[in-house]
Design a protein. Structure first.
Length: 168
């Protein structure tokens, strides 16, 4: 089924629109990617060093009651990709993001994912004000590829861009 209407995916529990699998009897819906996910990801730009395995349930780290996506910092409530070596995890929609994107209606230059460094504490880069939400928040950040331009975009904000939404 392909519909522009918003829905909540029964697998990853995130919003989506566009292509989906839908049960006509009970209205259970899955993103196309959540219905047919790869069982593993290797060399993903958000976590290059280890293989990520598809999981149907979140894994809670260190006694925490909520599981957090290491890409966008939102709570993981369902399907996810997880690294068994270091506990990195992310939503399937975040797994569809790349390390370089163009949002022509928002910013005229290409944005690139900032690398994780020891000083960024697992990718959190709270010192940057996002060009979309105008806030500082935790999670991974894209930065304009033009050195003189100081434009930043949170990964979580990029997921909501109509021009390129990963779960459409």
């Amino acid at each position: 089924m392909d519909s522009p209407d918003l829905f909540t995916c029964g697998g990853c529990k995130e919003y989506g629109s566009g292509k989906r699998y839908s049960c006509q009897q009970c209205d259970f819906q899955l993103h196309h990617f959540c219905a047919l996910p790869p069982q593993s990801l290797l060399g993903h730009p958000f976590h290059i060093i280890h293989q990520l395995l598809f999981q149907t349930k979140p894994v809670y780290k260190g006694g925490m009651r909520k599981s957090k996506c290491d890409a966008c910092s939102k709570t993981i409530k369902g399907y996810n990709f997880r690294c068994n070596a270091c506990s990195f995890q992310m939503h399937p929609c975040c797994a569809k993001l790349s390390n370089e994107m163009n949002f022509n209606s928002l910013h005229r230059h290409t944005v690139k994912l900032l690398p994780v460094t020891p000083s960024t504490n697992n990718g959190d880069q709270p010192g940057f004000v996002c060009g979309e939400c105008r806030r500082k928040r935790s999670g991974r950040v894209y930065r304009c590829s033009v050195p003189a331009c100081d434009y930043h975009l949170h990964v979580v904000c990029s997921k909501n861009m109509d021009e390129w939404a990963p779960c459409k």
